[in-house]
Design a protein around this ligand. Structure first.
Ligand code: NAD
Ligand code: TYD
Length: 372
């Protein structure tokens, strides 16, 4: 039975991972540590509440004494580090929190793991520090270049990807220098339930429902490799089970799309679903298909993101060969599941849009005074 600390478990991928893990490994202990930034959402963890194997702790990965205490008192043997500032646009507007959490926070987490698992009360116990990273550390590809492999040199271009690259190097160094049992995964763009609606797919979905413009940065021809979030979770599970310590594994969807094609596909899907369901048209009267119009009429080209990477693509051959990793979800099925989830969970995204998702939980915990 594994005993996990899942950092950033109230975020998009972290929450999906918690649900995945409790489903696939019933009986394992799952302790979530999350500081509940704007991106953390307790409503995303609601399905885990009441499970005796799950515990939520409100705290920061940079709080080394707290992490050491949790590792000791819970006898934890595994850390899966999702906690991060994750949005490129925010990193351009204000890089400081990216440095604080992604670099300094990850380093404090490493120090806590070393203090307990290598030097302290857990000395000698089998352990694993898994660090969740991104393909963005490899920089940008031209259309004809081969996809990123684990040996592609790092060339991060945004403050976000530079901070993730720094954290990857720190994780590597704690293995090489101190012998901490680490693994790292670099994954492509995820989509699925519980994604904060500042990222492309949920933003476009919700804007279509409201009949609002769909902002396309630049010429819309930037390419991303999209992966359904559960396939990412399965990839991490395989790395924890079969991965070699000190190694890096790329996880991807083999599913490259230009942004304009993704948005056009979503428009077509929404038109089809609303057209076939009068109740949906009544629920969302401003969505174009409710009045016989096309959602792609909302597409609006806007100023490009500064330093916008042209193309990301992942070569997952190593994960396939060494771990038996293969994405289970096709894009067609994954995107339909995602749209269905957003339609069935309107209160979740409405609370995110009006900001009440934080206020309610924090007020319950701290008696009305916000503490962030
Ligand atoms: P997210 O922004 O949705 O969630 C991040 C979570 O971390 C939030 O719950 C937030 O409250 C928490 N957090 C932030 N700072 C913290 C701190 N100092 N201490 C404790 N908790 C803190 O992010 P996501 O999209 O779920 O991404 C999770 C991880 O996966 C990140 O490390 C990201 O770099 C990586 N990743 C994301 C993608 C993607 O497409 N979203 C792709 C590849 C890799
Ligand atoms: P995003 O979801 O922010 O992920 P990342 O920047 O980490 O890849 O963006 C995905 C792509 O979509 C990226 O090329 C930027 C583009 N994009 C838009 O064109 N419009 C938008 O409103 C957003 C949020 C993103």
């Amino acid at each position: 039975m594994a005993r996990l600390l899942v950092t950033g478990g109230a975020g998009f991928i972290g929450a999906n991972f918690v649900h995945y893990w409790l489903r696939r490994h019933p009986g394992d202990r799952v302790v979530v540590l999350d500081s509940l930034t704007y991106a953390g959402n307790m409503a995303s963890l609601a399905p885990a509440e009441g499970n005796p194997h799950y515990r939520f702790v409100h705290g920061d990965i940079g709080d080394q004494p707290l992490v050491e205490q949790l590792l000791s008192e819970e006898g934890l043997d595994t850390i899966v580090n999702f906690a991060a500032e994750s949005h490129v646009d925010r990193s351009i507007a204000g890089p400081d929190p990216f440095i604080d959490t992604n670099i300094v926070g990850t380093h404090n987490l490493l120090k806590a793991a070393k203090a307990i698992w290598l030097d302290g009360s857990g000395k000698g116990q089998p352990h694993r520090f898994h660090h969740v990273s991104t393909d963005e550390v490899y920089g940008s590809l031209s259309p004809d270049e081969p996809p990123f492999s684990e040996t592609t040199p790092y060339a991060p271009n945004s403050p976000y990807s530079a901070s993730k690259a720094a954290s990857d190097h720190l994780v590597r160094s704690y293995h090489h220098t101190y012998g901490l049992a680490v693994t790292t995964s670099n994954c492509s763009n995820n989509y699925g339930p519980y994604q904060f609606p500042e990222k492309l797919i949920p933003l476009v979905l919700i804007n279509i429902l409201h009949g609002k413009p769909l902002p396309i940065y630049g010429d819309g021809l930037n390419i991303r490799d999209w992966l359904y979030v559960d396939d990412h979770c399965r990839g991490i599970d395989l790395i924890l089970e079969k991965g070699k310590t000190g190694e890096v594994y790329n996880i991807g969807g083999n599913n490259e799309w230009t942004n304009i094609d993704i948005v056009t596909h979503l428009c077509g899907l929404m038109d089809e679903m609303v057209g076939a369901d009068a109740a949906l048209a009544a629920r969302f009267p401003h969505t174009p298909a409710a009045t016989g119009k096309r959602s792609d009429s909302l597409i609006t080209y806007v100023r490009d993101r500064a330093g916008h990477d042209r193309r990301y693509a992942i070569d997952a051959a190593k994960s396939r060969a060494e771990l038996g990793y293969e994405p289970a979800e096709s894009f067609q099925t994954g995107i339909r599941k995602t749209v269905a989830w957003y339609l069935a969970n309107e209160p979740w995204w409405r609370a995110v849009l009006d900001g009440s998702y934080h206020r309610e939980w924090l007020a319950q915990q701290y008696g009305g005074g916000e503490k962030e």
